[in-house]
Ligand binder design. Structure first.
Ligand code: DQA
Length: 143
């Protein structure tokens, strides 16, 4: 069975309460449920993981037995050489997603250290960024 690892970075545990004008009303559980539903249709196994700690995210990427990674690195998008290196080392198909359009926000959000080491990026579609990214990742893995 194909397995996909879904990684949510820092502060995404606060979704639904945090800057809802930017990130929407949906909680991380709702997003995980929707990915789960899409996965079930395709009979895909998913593991959803959230952490506020960079090293824990690196450990998860390094140790996963998944065939692909869907990741919203959140604030670490703009700062984390460690997550960049982990994704580069694993060479798994991977998609970076963002709820908001990072390119239309503050300048410090325009740069992603993750984008060069993932297969592609989906940004700006709220919860649908995850669902579009999931579909793209699945197509990649299925080949
Ligand atoms: C985010 C965008 C990041 O710039 C921000 O730090 C986040 C969430 C998004 O999903 O839009 O925490 O990754």
């Amino acid at each position: 069975m194909i397995k996909i690892l879904v990684v949510h970075g820092p502060n995404l545990d606060l979704l639904g309460k945090r800057e809802t004008d930017i990130y929407g009303d949906e909680t991380i559980d709702i997003i995980n449920d929707e990915i789960g539903k899409a996965a079930k249709t395709d009979r895909i196994d998913i593991e959803c993981y959230q952490s506020n700690h960079e090293g824990d995210i690196v450990d998860k990427i390094n140790q996963t037995d998944a065939s692909g990674i869907l990741i919203n690195p959140a604030a670490y998008t703009h700062t984390s050489v460690a997550i960049h290196d982990a994704l580069k080392a694993r060479k798994l198909p991977s998609v970076e997603v963002h709820l908001s359009n990072i390119h239309a926000r503050e300048e410090f959000r325009h740069k992603s250290l993750i984008a060069p080491v993932v297969t592609g990026q989906v940004s700006g579609f709220g919860k649908n960024s995850y669902l579009l990214g999931f579909k793209a990742l699945l197509d990649l893995i299925k080949g």
